[in-house]
Design a protein around this ligand. Sequence first.
Ligand code: NCD
Ligand code: ZN
Length: 335
Amino acid sequence: MEITLESPLDMHLHLRDGDMLKLVAPLSADFAGAVIMPNLVPPVTDPGAMVAYGERIATAMGDSPFTRYMTLFFTKQSEQQLTLAKETPGFFGYKLYPAGITTNSEGGVANLAEAESTLKMMEEMGIPLLIHGESHGFVMDREAEFLGVYKHLAQQFPKLKICMEHITTAAALDLMEEFENLCATVTLQHLIITLDDVAGGALQPHLFCKPIAKRPHDRDALLQAAVSGHPRLMFGSDSAPHPRCKKEACGCAAGVFTAPLALPKLAEIFARHHALDNLQGFVSGNACRIHGLTPAAKHVTLHDTPMNVPTSYRSYGQQVVPMYAGEQISWSIKH
Ligand code: NCD
Ligand code: ZN
């Protein structure tokens, strides 16, 4: 069995910077493009820094055609700043983080009411808003508690394109049904694991991420929505590499590294659910339609020949451990 995907996209990707960027960028090169997260240290807040970062990504990527959809770290903006961002080549949208909610988000939004004038202008200018939707409440309830904010924003700004990033709950899917201006990304790991896989037995630091994996019925609802071809659900890996020493540590950093195995594993999952016909929409078609994207032309053929996932990837003095390290996945990329 095999399937050829046209221009697969990763709608939520962390590529980092420096030596880590050099290590991980080529491991996303089977994708035709990706939405690049801005949570560097310091975060990417202005168009000049964004363009420079995009150029470093292009260099690290090598020859492979790869369309960069760059995001800016959301802070309150003037109309002039928004106009400049919108006119900057490669700009895709703003990523809003509640202050302190995840890795390198300390400079995020502490008071959403203060952001509303910016959101109003973004709505008028057609600039997408990507949100890390978690409250500061109990870890298992953070996404559910944030749904009221999504609902408020969807009602207040009916023309603003709001993407709920890396959703992890059935309730988030239900909310998406209520508002046409909401769409969502979902990661690979949240289609597969629950909190039990992270902390039910020996603690698995390489499966620890924000938002934390939830309950079986959440995972099952997300999987069902993905394989059934939900038109507003898009693949966003949230592949979030951290050095091995930061993961296998007291105070483990949040993030699961999935970029090199995401497409084979997705093919395995969709094939198992007799849903390979819906994979193109999930990894590209929905995003292209929703956002009007025309990524680099790239054909990627996947086949049901096993892939051995390396125990780690290392170079440039960096080492990262992927999901399924040392295990076999029953599909692979046909090169
Ligand atoms: C991400 C990271 O490491 O940058 N971590 C994660 O657990 N997903 C940040 C994020 O997207 O929350
Ligand atoms: Zn992320």
